[in-house]
Design a protein around this ligand. Structure first.
Ligand code: ADP
Length: 211
Protein backbone atom coordinates (compact mmCIF):
# COMPACT_ATOMS: atom_id res chain seq x y z
CA UNK A 1 0.00 0.00 0.00
CA UNK A 2 1.28 3.47 -0.87
CA UNK A 3 1.54 5.44 2.37
CA UNK A 4 3.41 8.47 1.02
CA UNK A 5 6.81 6.85 1.47
CA UNK A 6 8.78 5.65 -1.55
CA UNK A 7 8.56 1.91 -2.21
CA UNK A 8 12.17 0.83 -1.89
CA UNK A 9 14.52 -2.08 -2.47
CA UNK A 10 17.82 -1.94 -0.58
CA UNK A 11 20.93 -3.38 -2.18
CA UNK A 12 23.22 -4.34 0.61
CA UNK A 13 26.71 -5.80 0.76
CA UNK A 14 30.39 -5.13 1.36
CA UNK A 15 32.43 -2.88 -0.93
CA UNK A 16 33.06 -4.82 -4.14
CA UNK A 17 30.08 -7.16 -3.68
CA UNK A 18 28.45 -5.83 -6.85
CA UNK A 19 25.71 -3.50 -5.59
CA UNK A 20 26.60 -0.83 -8.12
CA UNK A 21 26.70 -3.30 -11.03
CA UNK A 22 23.32 -4.78 -10.18
CA UNK A 23 21.80 -1.40 -9.33
CA UNK A 24 22.85 0.05 -12.68
CA UNK A 25 21.29 -2.88 -14.59
CA UNK A 26 18.07 -2.76 -12.58
CA UNK A 27 17.88 1.00 -13.10
CA UNK A 28 17.55 0.39 -16.85
CA UNK A 29 14.45 -1.73 -16.39
CA UNK A 30 11.18 0.22 -16.57
CA UNK A 31 9.61 0.43 -13.12
CA UNK A 32 12.90 0.68 -11.24
CA UNK A 33 14.97 3.73 -10.41
CA UNK A 34 18.50 3.29 -9.08
CA UNK A 35 20.18 5.81 -6.80
CA UNK A 36 23.60 5.09 -5.29
CA UNK A 37 24.67 7.28 -2.42
CA UNK A 38 28.34 7.04 -3.47
CA UNK A 39 27.41 8.28 -6.97
CA UNK A 40 25.51 11.22 -5.47
CA UNK A 41 28.60 12.13 -3.47
CA UNK A 42 30.93 11.76 -6.44
CA UNK A 43 28.69 14.00 -8.56
CA UNK A 44 29.13 16.95 -6.16
CA UNK A 45 31.42 19.80 -7.03
CA UNK A 46 34.57 19.16 -5.01
CA UNK A 47 34.95 22.92 -4.50
CA UNK A 48 31.54 23.35 -2.87
CA UNK A 49 31.53 23.27 0.96
CA UNK A 50 29.47 20.03 0.97
CA UNK A 51 31.62 18.42 -1.72
CA UNK A 52 34.80 19.29 0.15
CA UNK A 53 33.54 17.97 3.47
CA UNK A 54 32.34 14.71 1.92
CA UNK A 55 35.63 14.20 0.10
CA UNK A 56 37.45 14.61 3.41
CA UNK A 57 35.77 11.44 4.72
CA UNK A 58 35.30 9.36 1.58
CA UNK A 59 38.93 9.69 0.49
CA UNK A 60 39.92 8.04 3.79
CA UNK A 61 37.35 5.26 3.53
CA UNK A 62 35.43 6.67 6.50
CA UNK A 63 31.69 7.18 6.66
CA UNK A 64 30.44 10.68 5.98
CA UNK A 65 28.52 12.03 9.04
CA UNK A 66 24.87 10.93 9.03
CA UNK A 67 23.24 14.36 9.06
CA UNK A 68 25.28 15.53 6.05
CA UNK A 69 24.79 12.22 4.22
CA UNK A 70 21.02 12.21 4.57
CA UNK A 71 20.69 15.91 3.74
CA UNK A 72 22.69 15.60 0.49
CA UNK A 73 21.04 12.29 -0.49
CA UNK A 74 17.54 13.66 0.15
CA UNK A 75 18.26 16.75 -1.95
CA UNK A 76 19.48 14.54 -4.83
CA UNK A 77 16.41 12.28 -4.56
CA UNK A 78 13.99 15.20 -4.59
CA UNK A 79 15.90 16.64 -7.55
CA UNK A 80 15.37 13.39 -9.48
CA UNK A 81 11.65 13.50 -8.68
CA UNK A 82 11.41 17.17 -9.73
CA UNK A 83 12.81 16.39 -13.18
CA UNK A 84 10.69 13.20 -13.43
CA UNK A 85 13.68 10.86 -13.61
CA UNK A 86 12.24 9.01 -10.62
CA UNK A 87 8.46 8.67 -10.60
CA UNK A 88 6.98 7.47 -7.33
CA UNK A 89 4.83 5.68 -6.40
CA UNK A 90 4.79 3.57 -9.57
CA UNK A 91 8.53 2.96 -9.60
CA UNK A 92 10.56 1.05 -7.07
CA UNK A 93 13.48 3.00 -5.71
CA UNK A 94 16.62 0.84 -5.76
CA UNK A 95 18.97 2.19 -3.12
CA UNK A 96 22.59 1.29 -2.81
CA UNK A 97 24.96 2.67 -0.19
CA UNK A 98 22.28 4.06 2.11
CA UNK A 99 21.33 3.44 4.90
CA UNK A 100 24.86 2.53 5.90
CA UNK A 101 24.42 2.34 9.66
CA UNK A 102 21.50 1.84 12.03
CA UNK A 103 21.16 5.56 12.74
CA UNK A 104 20.74 6.32 9.02
CA UNK A 105 18.19 3.49 8.79
CA UNK A 106 16.14 5.26 11.48
CA UNK A 107 16.44 8.70 9.87
CA UNK A 108 15.34 7.55 6.41
CA UNK A 109 12.52 5.34 7.69
CA UNK A 110 9.96 8.13 7.34
CA UNK A 111 10.87 8.55 3.65
CA UNK A 112 11.28 5.00 2.38
CA UNK A 113 9.02 1.99 2.65
CA UNK A 114 11.44 -0.93 2.41
CA UNK A 115 9.83 -3.77 0.43
CA UNK A 116 12.88 -5.98 0.35
CA UNK A 117 16.58 -6.10 1.25
CA UNK A 118 18.94 -7.86 -1.16
CA UNK A 119 22.06 -8.87 0.73
CA UNK A 120 24.95 -9.69 -1.61
CA UNK A 121 27.11 -11.98 0.48
CA UNK A 122 30.77 -12.75 -0.10
CA UNK A 123 32.95 -14.49 2.47
CA UNK A 124 36.09 -14.10 0.38
CA UNK A 125 37.50 -10.67 1.26
CA UNK A 126 40.52 -11.08 -1.05
CA UNK A 127 38.25 -11.63 -4.04
CA UNK A 128 36.40 -8.42 -3.24
CA UNK A 129 39.60 -6.45 -2.70
CA UNK A 130 40.63 -7.68 -6.15
CA UNK A 131 37.38 -6.47 -7.72
CA UNK A 132 37.82 -3.09 -6.04
CA UNK A 133 41.36 -2.66 -7.33
CA UNK A 134 40.20 -3.39 -10.87
CA UNK A 135 37.39 -0.87 -10.47
CA UNK A 136 39.85 1.74 -9.14
CA UNK A 137 41.73 1.64 -12.44
CA UNK A 138 38.54 1.63 -14.52
CA UNK A 139 36.73 4.42 -12.67
CA UNK A 140 39.59 6.45 -11.29
CA UNK A 141 38.27 6.31 -7.72
CA UNK A 142 40.38 7.89 -4.97
CA UNK A 143 38.87 5.80 -2.19
CA UNK A 144 39.92 2.62 -3.99
CA UNK A 145 43.43 3.75 -4.69
CA UNK A 146 45.34 2.04 -1.94
CA UNK A 147 45.00 -1.20 -0.06
CA UNK A 148 44.98 0.45 3.37
CA UNK A 149 41.93 2.56 2.51
CA UNK A 150 40.18 -0.49 1.01
CA UNK A 151 40.83 -2.58 4.16
CA UNK A 152 39.56 0.32 6.27
CA UNK A 153 36.32 0.35 4.27
CA UNK A 154 35.84 -3.35 4.98
CA UNK A 155 36.33 -2.77 8.69
CA UNK A 156 33.85 0.11 8.66
CA UNK A 157 31.42 -2.10 6.74
CA UNK A 158 31.64 -4.94 9.23
CA UNK A 159 31.39 -2.72 12.30
CA UNK A 160 28.74 -0.23 11.15
CA UNK A 161 26.96 -1.34 8.01
CA UNK A 162 26.39 -5.05 8.46
CA UNK A 163 24.23 -4.49 11.59
CA UNK A 164 21.77 -2.52 9.40
CA UNK A 165 20.47 -5.90 8.19
CA UNK A 166 19.11 -6.52 11.70
CA UNK A 167 17.06 -3.35 11.50
CA UNK A 168 14.72 -5.00 8.95
CA UNK A 169 12.45 -8.01 9.53
CA UNK A 170 14.12 -11.30 8.49
CA UNK A 171 11.23 -12.15 6.14
CA UNK A 172 12.14 -9.29 3.82
CA UNK A 173 15.88 -10.02 3.67
CA UNK A 174 17.34 -12.33 0.96
CA UNK A 175 20.94 -13.50 0.91
CA UNK A 176 22.49 -13.91 -2.51
CA UNK A 177 25.93 -15.33 -3.24
CA UNK A 178 27.89 -12.40 -4.66
CA UNK A 179 30.60 -14.60 -6.16
CA UNK A 180 28.29 -15.85 -8.89
CA UNK A 181 28.45 -14.20 -12.29
CA UNK A 182 26.64 -10.85 -12.61
CA UNK A 183 23.99 -12.56 -14.80
CA UNK A 184 23.34 -15.24 -12.18
CA UNK A 185 23.10 -12.67 -9.39
CA UNK A 186 20.71 -10.63 -11.55
CA UNK A 187 18.56 -13.70 -12.23
CA UNK A 188 18.18 -14.33 -8.50
CA UNK A 189 17.41 -10.69 -7.76
CA UNK A 190 14.76 -10.55 -10.49
CA UNK A 191 13.14 -13.75 -9.25
CA UNK A 192 12.48 -11.82 -6.02
CA UNK A 193 11.70 -8.37 -7.41
CA UNK A 194 9.38 -9.23 -10.30
CA UNK A 195 6.63 -10.76 -8.10
CA UNK A 196 7.04 -7.89 -5.62
CA UNK A 197 6.68 -5.34 -8.40
CA UNK A 198 3.54 -7.02 -9.75
CA UNK A 199 2.04 -7.15 -6.29
CA UNK A 200 2.86 -3.49 -5.70
CA UNK A 201 1.41 -2.30 -9.00
CA UNK A 202 -1.76 -4.33 -8.44
CA UNK A 203 -2.31 -2.42 -5.19
CA UNK A 204 -2.08 1.04 -6.81
CA UNK A 205 -5.17 2.83 -8.12
CA UNK A 206 -5.57 2.54 -11.90
CA UNK A 207 -3.98 5.26 -14.01
CA UNK A 208 -6.61 7.29 -15.83
CA UNK A 209 -6.15 6.69 -19.58
CA UNK A 210 -5.22 9.84 -21.54
CA UNK A 211 -8.25 11.30 -23.33
P1 ADP B 1 31.21 1.06 -2.19
O1 ADP B 1 30.01 0.68 -2.97
O2 ADP B 1 32.48 0.58 -2.82
O3 ADP B 1 31.12 0.72 -0.74
P2 ADP B 1 30.29 3.79 -2.33
O4 ADP B 1 30.44 4.34 -3.69
O5 ADP B 1 28.96 3.34 -1.88
O6 ADP B 1 31.37 2.63 -2.20
O7 ADP B 1 30.80 4.86 -1.25
C1 ADP B 1 32.07 5.50 -1.34
C2 ADP B 1 32.34 6.28 -0.06
O8 ADP B 1 31.34 7.31 0.11
C3 ADP B 1 32.24 5.46 1.23
O9 ADP B 1 33.43 4.78 1.54
C4 ADP B 1 31.88 6.54 2.25
O10 ADP B 1 33.02 7.29 2.60
C5 ADP B 1 30.97 7.46 1.48
N1 ADP B 1 29.54 7.07 1.65
C6 ADP B 1 28.72 6.58 0.67
N2 ADP B 1 27.48 6.37 1.16
C7 ADP B 1 27.50 6.75 2.47
C8 ADP B 1 26.55 6.76 3.53
N3 ADP B 1 25.28 6.35 3.35
N4 ADP B 1 26.94 7.21 4.74
C9 ADP B 1 28.19 7.65 4.95
N5 ADP B 1 29.15 7.65 4.02
C10 ADP B 1 28.83 7.21 2.79
Amino acid sequence: MFDGRFPTILLFGAPGAGKGTQGAILGHIPGFYHLACGDVFRSLNINSPEGREIYHYSSRGELVPDELTVRVWKKALHGQIAISRYKPPDEFLILDGIPRNQHQAKIVADLINVQHVIHLVCANVDAMVDRIKRRAIRENRVDDANEEVIRNRFEVYQAESEPVINYYPKEIVSQIDAMQSPAEVLKEILSILVPLQNQWLAGLPDDPLPA
